[in-house]
Design a protein around this ligand. Structure first.
Ligand code: GLU
Ligand code: MG
Length: 440
């Protein structure tokens, strides 16, 4: 049987629960709708991951917006195994007259990046390193990180790389990770906005390809309370106005330039409040625990995977220039956090640090859980919030972080997250992890 299909292109936005939603148009109509986009509505910002909407919310049932495709952010591939190509364009949400809408996280990221550049001359280069797990595949047992663990899933890994390549994501490496049925995929560093767009495209393409193999790919922070976590490690570095690397200074602590050090100090200062944004679900807090290689303290370290900000290694083999590789990794993020909002928060916090000329934080080695409170205090180590409600409280207690957003945005965010915590209050951690596994 032959079927006639009109290929669709989806104009998408990613919401406060990191769910990518949107509206699709016939590809042949894209030119006609490009300038005015598709309809969107304010109350969508109060959608939850459970197909419910928070009530009351600041928006109610009236109001209309437009979602305008950014054609630079189009990701199209015919290689996911679906009958028609995967085709998405990230959009910006605007008012009907085209002015920016206060709830658009992609616009927030653009604004944060632009403000950093205006104030410092620096631009952000970023990459999202994402871990996920496959279920429903009945793989034979295999060793962590082994060749066999990747090959048993064949052709999943090469098919994913082909789809990501065709979509323009610029994938770098795929591995079978440490956890059961866990994989990780990275993309080449890109400017901050493009990196966040790629992060979304990678999640969606990975899920679609797995679905077409009869499996589920989940990016949930924890598939079970004691399982290995799925992190989203956000790598960042800076270039100056001439495109020259500006993160590395061989005479700085662990190679950090003065500005990069001040940026890190700003991030650590606001990290407890930012956690609600970057680790945005109830299950996120099963991951952010000591000894999990995730992140649990306001901690900068040179190449330590327990730290929240990890200075990443550089390879100088063959005389390679370290300055272009040198980058810092924010590890307190997962895929329940909106990537635009997560990176925007990192950039805003870092900019606060640069504006205040904060000194580079101490580089901490060792295990904070073995230190006295006094020792922790001397090193600036504070435990990150241990639950989503505690993270929301920390967010609301940090006037600087709250000040980055419009009040109605904060109200929507807190509303969604409180709803999430309340909704799960009667479930045990295993049931909560299982629910998020199916949702992410
Ligand atoms: N799976 C760990 C996490 O939850 C990260 C392991 C690694 O360093 O890649 O972040
Ligand atoms: Mg990893």
């Amino acid at each position: 049987m032959t079927s006639v299909v009109e290929p669709l292109v989806a104009i998408v936005t990613t919401d406060l629960s990191a769910i990518t939603r949107g509206r699709s148009v016939a590809e042949s109509r894209l030119d006609r709708i490009a300038a005015t986009g598709v309809g969107w509505l304010q109350a969508n910002l109060s959608l939850t991951p459970f197909n419910s909407i928070v009530t009351p919310n600041p928006w109610g049932s009236s109001g209309d917006l437009r979602l305008i495709p950014d054609r630079q952010a189009r990701f199209r591939t015919a290689r996911t195994g679906s009958p028609t190509p995967f085709d998405m364009i990230a959009g910006d949400i605007v008012e009907l007259d085209g002015s920016p809408w206060l709830g658009c996280t992609r616009t927030m990221l653009k604004d944060a990046l632009a403000e950093l550049t205006a104030a410092t001359g620096l631009s952000v280069i970023a990459a999202f390193e994402q871990e996920f797990q496959i279920s429903g595949a009945s793989f034979a047992p295999a060793h962590s990180l082994s060749l066999a663990a990747l090959r048993r899933a064949d052709p999943f890994a090469p098919a994913l790389m082909a789809a990501l390549e065709e979509a323009g994501v610029n994938p770098e490496v795929i591995i079978a990770e440490f956890g059961d049925e866990q994989f990780e995929v990275t993309h080449a560093p890109a400017d901050g906005l493009a990196a966040a767009d790629r992060c979304v495209a990678i999640r969606e393409i990975t899920r679609e390809l797995a679905r077409n193999l009869g499996w589920q790919a989940t990016f949930t922070p924890k598939t079970a309370p004691n399982a290995v976590g799925n992190g989203v490690h956000i790598h960042f570095s800076f270039i100056d106005a001439d495109g020259q690397p500006a993160t590395y200074d061989p005479s700085g602590p662990a190679g950090l330039s003065t500005k990069a050090g001040a940026f890190c100090a700003g991030v650590l200062r606001h990290l407890p409040a930012m956690t609600a944004l970057t680790a945005a679900s109830v299950s996120s807090y099963y991951r952010l625990k000591p000894h999990s290689w995730s992140s649990s303290y306001t901690w900068l370290a040179d190449r330590d995977r327990e730290a929240s900000l990890r200075i990443c290694p550089v390879a100088t083999i063959g005389g390679k220039d370290p300055s272009r590789q040198f980058n810092i990794e924010y590890r307190a993020a997962d895929a329940t956090g909106n990537p635009y909002l997560s990176l925007a928060a990192i950039v805003r916090a870092g900019l606060e640090g640069i504006k205040a000329n904060l000194p580079t934080p101490p580089l901490v080695s060792g295990d904070p859980t073995l230190m006295s409170e006094a020792e922790q205090g001397k090193l600036g180590l504070r435990r990150l919030p241990e639950t989503l409600p505690a993270a929301i409280d920390a967010l609301l207690a940090d006037g600087t972080v709250i000040g980055w957003f419009a009040p109605a945005f904060v109200e929507s965010f807190v509303g969604v997250k409180r709803h999430e915590a309340e909704r799960l209050a009667g479930l045990d951690p295993a049931a909560i992890c299982e629910l998020y596994r199916t949702l992410y």
